[in-house]
Design a protein. Structure first.
Length: 581
């Protein structure tokens, strides 16, 4: 019989009988595994538990130190086990020999997980055991296909750059942080500054939208949101996290002594001849402060209505409404769905020297030439509603209001539209047509809404399949049936020739299978028939039926069009849309 884990640790000299008994008592109280209990009591570390478990089960222990936890290059291992599966299951492929795949796992007793690994790789597997921390670190470096900047700083490097500079030299005369310069010095303060810089560089190179840094009871978590999905990256040492957050607070001009209340700020960085805005949010948690940085890279945003995702009919309807001399246009969708980019792309299309275009935003995310942009400042009384009232004295032709959140702002938008101005704004609703009952709840009269409303639209973002590695396949019957029921195409394409695509993964897309995102829309131009329904009873179902008669289609139908075109996968499209059958 195999020895118990505690006995192996005693024989290895890591613990004694007294510590084992305390661990067993703690295990009963917490309902955890004995190895986990001993780690939480700080009697052993994760590597010692892994080595003991390997001895108990007769499985070799793999680590970076013994060179076993080092995936072979050139064997296509990243294609055998995709990054997403590797992260979700804490498994890393090591090498292939005689048709057998060697993998390192954290829990060799998890039969279900091992069966899934066999299913994914399509072969028998040889097991090695390692710790989760080591496996995730190897996943970071292996699937990135390049030296991880964060790892280099953690291990003592400088993070790369054009030349050495002191902390003060790295700030440009106009107050921007220059990431192309390297901070010298080996003090704790210099190390935290290097780490912050490295994280931002890594995030920008991976097309990240948000950086999440937070501490927990026994670990630090660093995650990057890439194309809408959070991925873990190598976490900085716990003892440097507070200094790193203080560094970001200083850059954002926040109060570094305040750790009890949430704080919001922003700063600008210069990197590779680009100016990038960073929005900062710091929030207190039970284990310390959580830092979230949103990256607003104007250079990566293409304000062109022809490329952001509109179908031809949808673009024509939206621009028809945007070319009207007055009226209301509302774009709906959740936070982070690209509403601001779409509206700015529309403004970029219609702007001309003959038009006075003004925007009221919170905050101004995309700065545009030829447009007057105002940032809301509620602390001094500059709200959406008050700012909109002052706009009317500035002789505007087109007004963009960042978001309608209350009755006062809704009424101000309506009055502006009724007095000869074109007003564009956003709402938080699940679909475009749900904006109608939402506005009625804000005390807008039905007859006024019917007469001023020009267009309602909604959008979501789907991940684009990597054009280098996407795989074509013949969809199964259940997908074909769903497509036929929801695509709203007339005439219906020949389903016997349908070809869809799925994600695979290659070095060009960092083995994610996706690269970038594209918007899908539903656009409803307000016809006379729809106006009559709004005026009568504002029944959303009746409006949807009438819009469909006119050739409009919903978000799910737009998603199927992107699937047919090979832009995205069925799985990703279904994850961001809701069936309206």
């Amino acid at each position: 019989m195999a020895k118990k884990l505690g006995e192996i640790m005693i024989q290895s000299g890591w613990i004694d009988e007294e510590k084992l008994n305390k661990g067993l008592k703690f295990q009963q109280q917490q309902g955890c595994l004995i190895g986990e209990a001993l780690v939480k009591l700080h009697y052993v570390n994760e590597e010692q538990v892994g080595q003991a478990l390997g001895k108990q089960l007769g499985i070799p222990y793999a680590s970076r130190e013994n060179q076993i936890l080092n995936p072979e290059k050139g064997q296509g291992l990243e294609k055998i086990i995709p990054e997403k599966f590797a992260r979700e299951n804490a498994v890393i492929p090591l090498f292939v020999e005689n048709g057998v795949l060697a993998v390192a796992v954290t829990d060799p007793t998890n039969i279900m997980m091992l069966d899934n690994v066999k299913l994914v790789c399509g072969s028998e597997i040889q097991l090695f055991i390692s710790t989760k921390a080591q496996i995730l670190k190897v996943i970071d470096s292996f699937y990135q296909g390049q030296t991880n900047l964060i790892d280099r700083v953690i291990e003592g490097g400088a993070g790369g750059g054009k030349g050495d500079a002191s902390e003060s030299d790295a700030i440009t005369p106009d107050g921007k942080l220059d990431l192309d310069k390297v901070i010298i010095g080996d003090s704790k303060g210099a190390q935290s500054i290097k780490l912050v810089n490295a994280i931002m560089k890594q995030a920008i190179s991976e097309r990240t939208s948000d950086i999440h840094l937070e501490k927990f009871d026994e670990k630090v978590s660093l995650r990057l949101r890439i194309d809408g999905v959070l991925y873990e990256r190598s976490a900085p040492p716990a003892e440097l996290v507070d200094a790193m957050i203080s560094r970001v607070k200083i850059l954002s001009k926040l109060d570094i002594s305040e750790r009890r209340l949430p704080q919001d700020g922003s700063f600008s960085i210069k990197y590779q001849n680009r100016i990038i805005e960073i929005r900062v949010s710091v929030c207190p948690t039970v284990f310390g402060e959580k830092l979230v940085m949103r990256i607003l890279d104007r250079g990566s945003v293409e304000l062109n209505v022809k490329v952001i995702g509109f179908e031809q009919r949808q673009m024509e309807d939206f621009l028809k409404a945007a070319s009207a001399p007055n009226g209301l246009i509302f774009l709906t969708g959740p936070t982070g769905s690209g509403k601001t980019t779409t509206l700015n792309a529309v403004l970029n299309t219609i702007k001309s020297p003959e038009l006075n275009i003004m925007t009221l935003e919170d905050p101004v995310e995309i700065k545009m030439e030829g447009i007057s942009q105002v940032q809301v400042k509620p602390a001094i009384g500059l709200t959406m509603a008050s700012g909109l009232r002052s706009f009317l004295r500035q002789d505007p032709d087109v007004i963009l209001v960042g978001e309608v959140r209350d009755n006062e702002t809704a009424e101000a938008c309506l009055k502006a539209a009724m007095t000869g101005h074109l007003v564009l704004s956003t709402l938080h609703t699940n679909s475009a047509l749900e904006a109608i009952p939402r506005l009625l709840d804000m005390a807008i009269e039905r007859y006024l809404l019917a007469s001023t409303l020009l267009c309602l639209a909604a959008q979501r973002l789907v991940r684009q399949l990597c054009p280098e590695c996407k795989q074509a396949y013949r969809p199964p019957q259940d997908e074909i049936d769903q497509f036929v029921a929801e695509c709203m195409l007339d005439p219906m394409p020949d389903t016997s020739r349908l070809t869809f695509y799925r994600a695979k993964g290659c070095p060009k897309c960092n083995n994610m299978g996706y690269k970038g995102r594209k918007a899908i829309y539903e656009v409803y131009f307000n016809t006379e028939a729809m106006k009559r329904i709004i005026y009568k009873d504002a029944d959303v179902q009746k409006i949807a039926v009438e819009a469909a008669k006119g050739g409009a289609w919903n978000l799910r139908a737009s998603g199927w069009r992107k699937v047919m075109a090979g832009v995205t996968s069925v799985e990703d499209m279904l994850s961001v849309t809701v069936s309206e059958r």
